[in-house]
Design a protein around this ligand. Structure first.
Ligand SMILES: [Mg+2]
Length: 100
């Protein structure tokens, strides 16, 4: 167990899952707000970095709380990247019609 894992287990065991899930929702909201403000030139990049760091730390806690495997998450990411790469290659062949 790495240092971060030890801290995360201590945090979750001390404050509880419900409290930490509520904090995750708060941090997600703060990240959304920071990104929205950044794109409207109402805040700076540092604010986005700080909210992204907060959110990533809460996501690490979520993985711990729900016992979610990094390997399983990486596997889904790789499948999504493969699917999107195929889609992008098809757009390049026939012209851009949007991607989601
Ligand atoms: Mg925050």
């Amino acid at each position: 167990m790495g240092d971060n894992d030890i801290i995360i287990s201590r945090i979750v065991n001390t404050y509880g899952t419900d409290n930490q899930l509520f904090l995750l929702f708060e941090e997600l909201g703060e990240l959304i707000e920071a990104v929205n403000h950044y794109r409207r030139n109402k805040t700076n990049k540092q604010r986005v970095i700080e909210e992204l760091a907060d959110t990533e730390f809460m996501l690490e806690q979520l993985k711990y709380m729900f016992n979610l495997s990094n390997y399983a998450i990486q596997d889904v990411k790789e499948r999504n990247i493969t699917r999107l790469t195929t889609k992008l290659n098809n757009i390049k062949k026939r012209g851009n019609d949007g991607i989601c």
